[in-house]
Design a protein around this ligand. Structure first.
Ligand SMILES: [Zn+2]
Length: 340
């Protein structure tokens, strides 16, 4: 079945670039021109901190898209940020199977998992949080806006998530807590929750790890995967999302882990930021010229033939076109129509 999880998926060694990235994060050499003078303190800090990414494959799903291809959800990335002993995991995924393979990957690292951080409230990023929190005895952490949105996604399980992925999603009580000043740490290294406002959902955050020049971006920045555009129908376009991208860019990260990514690609911040902006610009242009959702869908595929996650593209396009002139219950139906 396309997209069904495999036992060997997402393991670090299988990814071109993953090993390099991890090594440079761990060992640091690769001096950058502007960092010729690096303080001893910073070197020590970076040498004791590393990260790795696990990309979980999409769960199995029924149905076809308007072009006849099978519906497949987007790959989902979780980041493990670790010191010598402790570690923090981000966006732990949605299904029982995803939690199982992600949990095995985390266990292989042999670290003490202290916290699980969730970037935003969409169920695909956290429905499995409870399972992993229990397995590793970890706390679940999120921003206040994310916790509110988690509650709304939980309330929508029966009309959306459990309809699409029947029987695959574990119980998902909202147990996340906020942390003072939106900051927590792994072995003394700052992990900063940055509130960036609406993107593909109501309230988004990213996790800034200054000692790694890294931003774990959730759905604020995408990487080789179609973006979920439906929220634009509710907030009058993509202006707020562009502001969120500007906020991430202002952190001046060197590396960005996108929540939805093609695992063959690197994590260059400049490229992923530029491509995410371009995708929104293209969407604005196509919304003026493409007469219907299906035209928008096909035009995006033509412009981005290698992008993964066409089910999410279709869901977003259906919402953007279906929501035109709708209000109340009809608007709610229009926003969900493309998922089935
Ligand atoms: Zn997502």
């Amino acid at each position: 079945m396309p997209g069904s999880p495999r036992a060997d998926q997402g393991i670090g060694q299988g990814h071109p670039g993953r090993g390099d990235r991890l090594a440079s994060a761990m060992v640091v050499p690769e001096p950058e021109p502007e960092e010729v003078v690096v303080s001893t303190k910073k070197q020590d800090a970076v040498a004791s901190l590393g990260y790795d990414v696990f990309v979980n494959e999409a769960p199995p799903q029924d149905g076809v898209l308007p072009n006849g291809e099978p519906r497949v959800f987007s790959p989902m990335a979780s980041t493990l940020i670790y010191g010598r002993e402790d570690a923090v995991l981000t966006d732990p995924g949605m299904t029982l199977e995803q939690a199982r393979v992600l949990g095995d990957w985390v266990a292989e690292k042999g670290k003490n998992l202290t916290d699980i951080f969730v970037t935003h409230g969409h169920g695909d990023h956290w429905f499995a949080a409870g399972m992993l929190a229990e397995r590793f005895g970890a706390r679940v952490v999120a921003g206040a806006g994310t916790i509110a949105e988690m509650g709304r996604n939980l309330a929508m399980r029966s009309v959306l998530w459990d309809k699409v992925y029947a029987g695959l999603i574990p119980p998902s009580p909202v147990t996340a807590v906020t942390v003072p000043d939106n900051r927590f740490t792994v072995e003394g290294h700052d992990l900063v929750i940055v509130e960036v406002g609406p993107t593909d959902t109501v309230d988004s955050t990213v996790l800034h790890v200054p000692d790694l020049d890294l931003v774990v971006a959730g759905d604020v920045i995408y990487n080789g995967v179609h973006m979920f555009l439906a929220q634009g129908a509710l907030v009058g376009g993509f202006g707020p999302w562009r502001e969120a991208i500007d906020t991430v860019a202002a952190l001046r990260p060197r590396l960005i882990v996108a929540g939805h990514q093609n695992k063959q690609l690197d994590e260059d911040a400049e490229r992923t930021i530029a491509e995410t902006r371009q995708y929104l610009d293209d969407a604005d242009e196509l919304l003026k010229t493409a007469p219907a959702a299906v035209d928008f869908f096909l035009a995006k595929i033509e412009r981005y033939p290698g992008y993964l996650g066409r089910t999410v593209l279709w869901a977003g396009a259906s919402a953007l076109y279906g929501a035109r002139g709708q209000a109340g219950e009809d608007l709610g139906k229009a926003l969900l129509s493309g998922w089935f």
